[in-house]
Design a protein around this ligand. Structure first.
Ligand SMILES: [Zn+2]
Length: 293
């Protein structure tokens, strides 16, 4: 009888010991899992020759990191000589990709469980621009490089592609499986263009608004001309009294002046049409940025 009690008490003590040893460790490992430090390195932009704005890619990287950290306060990016993410700059995009993440993964390698794999080390190739229709280099704007960086960092965090076009992780070569955000809050994609493209788009919008307002003027002036012309027609070919003759002369002058004024507006319209076409052509020469990442 006494023996039983002894064993029972011992068992209870062991259990307490187990709880005391494992409980703090379990809590600590949970906190560690939630906080994720990503060590990265970045290539010197000067390694890429003849980049019009060398500061722009550096600013884009700060932004990309800021957006990821802002969306995920548990995530921290630290520059390191022993990085898990190596960022490399490429001057031109390839024909199909603006950026490329080449990762070595750990975990299960069968196709079905590809989502379970966690990249261990990734090299991110980030393009800084592309060729326009005349073969000249056009630099990507800060937003575009930020988008490419955020997308490729997403791959380095283990994310795959989304089918949704507005999604940061979108790619036309989208998988059939639904997007798995793996617990991350995904930053929004920014409006991205090439350097200089935004100015041209603004110019195009302004020129088109000028054209609309000019067309309205021309319509109004034409209706005034029609009015004068009707008055002129009334006198034309008639035998007139002196006062009517003077009136007819006045109307004739008015018709001619109005015709001259409209011709000036039409010539202004032709100049504007030429400028709009030049802007559209310049925009059309920009690289097609609807390529895969
Ligand atoms: Zn991708």
């Amino acid at each position: 009888m006494k023996k039983t009690v002894f064993f029972s008490v011992l068992f209870f003590n062991i259990l307490l010991l187990i709880i005391a040893t494992f409980l703090p460790r379990a809590v600590a490992s949970q906190t560690q899992q939630a906080r994720k430090i990503v060590y990265y390195s970045v290539e010197n932009v000067l390694n890429v020759k003849n980049i019009p704005d060398e500061q722009l890619p550096i600013d884009a990287l700060s932004e990309a990191i800021r957006y990821w950290e802002k969306s995920n306060p548990n995530l921290k990016f630290i520059q390191s000589d022993n990085p898990s993410i190596e960022i490399k700059w490429q001057k031109y995009a390839s024909r199909t990709h603006l950026g490329l993440a080449t990762c070595m993964s750990v975990g299960l390698k069968s196709e079905k469980s590809v989502d379970l794999r966690q990249p261990e080390h990734c090299t991110l190739d980030i393009s800084l621009g592309a060729s326009d229709c005349r073969g000249r280099f056009v630099q990507s704007d800060e937003n575009m490089i930020t988008n490419i960086l955020m997308h490729e960092i997403g791959h380095a965090l283990g994310l795959r592609h989304s089918q949704e076009e507005s999604h940061l992780m979108y790619s036309p070569e989208s998988p059939q499986t639904p997007f798995n955000r793996k617990g991350y809050a995904i930053p929004n994609k920014l409006k991205a263009l090439y350097v200089g493209q935004d100015d041209l788009l603004t110019q195009e919008t302004k020129l088109k608004a000028d054209m609309d307002s000019l067309d309205l003027d021309i319509t109004q002036e034409k209706s005034l001309y029609d009015n004068y012309y009707q008055q002129y027609k009334h006198y034309n070919g008639q035998t007139l009294s002196e006062s009517d003759y003077q009136q007819a002369k006045k109307i004739t002058t008015r018709v001619n002046e109005q015709a001259n004024y409209i011709n000036k507006l039409v010539s202004k319209r032709n100049t504007l049409t030429k400028k709009i076409n030049e802007t559209i052509n310049a925009l059309g020469c920009y690289p097609n940025f609807n390529v895969r990442r």
